[in-house]
Design a protein around this ligand. Sequence first.
Ligand code: GDP
Ligand code: MN
Length: 389
Amino acid sequence: MNIHEYQAKQLFQQYAIPIPEGSYADTPEHAKQVASELAGNGWVVKAQVHAGGRGKVGGVKLAKSLAEVAEFSHELLGKRLVTIQTDSLGLPINSLLIEKIYPIKRELYLSLILDRATERVMFIASNAGGMDIEAVAHETPEKIISVAVHPAAGLQGYSCRKVAYTLGLKGQQIKALEKIMHGMYKLFVDKDASQIEINPLIETDSGDLMALDAKINFDDNALALHPEILAMKDPSQEDDKENEAQRFGLNYITLEGNIGCMVNGAGLAMATMDLVKLKGGFPANFLDVGGGTNVEKVCEAFKLIISDSNVKAVLVNIFGGIVKCDVIAQGILAAIEQVHVTIPVVVRLEGTNVEEGRALLTNTGLNLYAAEDLSHAAEKVVELAKAVA
Ligand code: GDP
Ligand code: MN
């Protein structure tokens, strides 16, 4: 789960990570009010959306007067922001973060991730932070270092100093960085985060360090332990279909192709999408209906898939292990009828009672194809989608 920058900064504050003075606002008047309470001669107006890359597309504006704060707020609120990290529709801007402007001497990069290869929490740092960090990663990866934290020993002084030297910090700044890294690490572990990113971490003209941006991602599987984090969820920043899928315990992710996929098991779903691509097609979604599939779930899954107007054909790939294939076939027939699916549906069943299942799906008078095997099913669905497109 993602949260907004202003929420991430509230957590930073609780963990003694220095942040700019500022506050949340959701109307231009509110924004002006917030700015007027922040002494200074300039303010930053930042669109709050669950995506980075805002600076490059006008989602971060520097205002020189209170009138400009109101003007920029008016421009941003209610619009959708399309950044390199969003899809082509972008995300709605329903709130802003208004902050005092700080003079920037240098922009650094500091993040914490869970590294799967070493199975450790790992700091990533670079002295070339800011809006072009992706280009740095591609062109001069040697400017980025990583330091893993030993889970039993915890974050050690030498690890902090290694990061400090990479960032070109001196004297008191090294202590300040150490404090920031300890705060980040504690926050990461306490709240079961999967990523904390500060880009940029700035050095101000006076040499102070400060988190100018804040992104935190949490492990969904641990959210039940952290109601205060779950309360920060903003469904407006998530895909409607994905929100709907969560309500029914379906694992669904929207993609950009035209072949709807309904599969039981995440691994089988990935393999199915690979095969669709191999046969020249493009999956419209990832969908894992889970192990104990029933008619209700299959109905909801069909509703989700066909609510995407890009979808031209559906591939159902179900392995009848827990549920028998003939029961699944009956479920599919019931769902096609209840949900009024009219686009072609290719079904590949395998497992217990597969013959009975296939027989039920043959000669139904529906736009339904019972495939013999997965390869054949993928070819068929790609062919059908192309014929419609
Ligand atoms: P992102 O593009 O979504 O990652 O948004 P950021 O919060 O990182 O802001 C983008 C850029 O705006 C930063 O890299 C800074 O250069 C600039 N910026 C943001 N806040 C301030 C500020 O308080 N003062 C100044 N001078 N620039 C800022
Ligand atoms: Mn940033």
